[in-house]
Every structure is written in C-alpha cells, then in structure tokens.
Design a protein around this ligand. Structure first.
Ligand code: ADP
Ligand code: MG
Length: 144
C-alpha cells in the first residue's frame, strides 16, 4: 500500500497508524525492514514508533552503536530493538550482537535500517520503503 506524506508531521501519523495495526507473532519477533536512501526518514519513523510505544528516552540514530534496545512498559511488545546495519561490513557482526536471539523472541519488535546490508540473515519481515520526492519534506512510503 502506498502513502504520500506531505510533511514531516505526516510521518508520525503514518507511524502511529502502523503501530496500531502491529501485532506480535506467536513464535518469533516482529521484524520490520526500513528501506530507503540516507535522509529518507528511517530513523524518524523509528522515533515516532518508539514514542507511540511510550519510549521517553531520545532515540538517536544507532549508526555508531549498530544496535539499541529500549524496554517498553505495558505494551504489546516488551522491547523495541533498533538496528542500523549501514556501517556493518558483514552479517557476521550482527550475529555477534545476538541477532538470532533477538529475532526469535516474540516479545521483541525489531526495526532494521539498511536491511539490504544483512539480507542473507534477515528473517521474514514487513518491508517499509521510504522515498524522497521533489518536495523536500514530502515522502512516498510503501508497506509490503
Ligand atoms: P534516515 O534514517 O533514513 O537516514 P532520518 O530519519 O535520519 O533519515 O532523516 C530524515 C530527515 O528528513 C530528518 O531531518 C527529518 O526531519 C526530515 N524530514 C522532512 N520531512 C520528512 C518526512 N515527511 N518524513 C520523514 N522525515 C522528514
Ligand atoms: Mg537513519
């Protein structure tokens, strides 16, 4: 399904709508791959989603830490795991950070920026494609 976001605030509306319909899997984590160029809004989407799930901590881009885990309170998931694979040189590096355990826990909601980088270890996941448009604060978003 394609969505046109006309301005920055529309991203949080989109994230809220997405979060409302999100439900845990029975025997594995819910994994969402965020596809899009640098500056398209993958981190911004994650920030909105985290806010929806009550995270008060500021969500920063995990580019330099690769993986960050936020504990959620009284939500349908117990943890939001934010991964940025941009700087990874191999999937092995992510496996070393406990990726297999993370994606096997149904209490985890896992958001991965640059999933292309670790395509060979990505489990079945919801794909969100974010694209720039001619207008600088407008985006085209597609969920698959
Ligand atoms: P990425 O993680 O994909 O590299 P970021 O989320 O870090 O991208 O950056 C997106 C930038 O674009 C932010 O500075 C954000 O404020 C800006 N922006 C402007 N309009 C939008 C929009 N409609 N949706 C998402 N981000 C937007
Ligand atoms: Mg980012």
């Amino acid at each position: 399904m394609k969505h046109i976001l006309n301005k920055l605030e529309d991203m949080s509306i989109f994230a809220n709508d997405f979060a409302k319909e999100l439900n845990p899997n029975e025997s594995s984590a819910k994994v969402v791959g965020l596809y899009g160029d640098l500056g398209s809004g993958k981190t911004t989407f994650t920030q909105s989603l985290a806010k929806y799930f009550g995270v008060e901590e500021t969500i920063v881009s995990p580019t330099f830490v690769i993986l960050k885990i936020y504990n959620l309170e009284n939500q349908k998931f117990d943890r939001l795991v934010h991964i940025d694979a941009y700087r990874l040189e191999s999937s092995e590096e992510l496996l070393k950070l406990g990726f297999k355990e993370i994606i096997s826990d149904p209490k985890n909601l896992v958001l991965i920026e640059w999933p292309e980088k670790v395509a060979e270890i990505m489990p079945e996941h919801t794909k969100i494609y974010i694209k720039h448009t001619e207008k600088y604060d407008s985006r085209e978003v597609e969920v698959e």
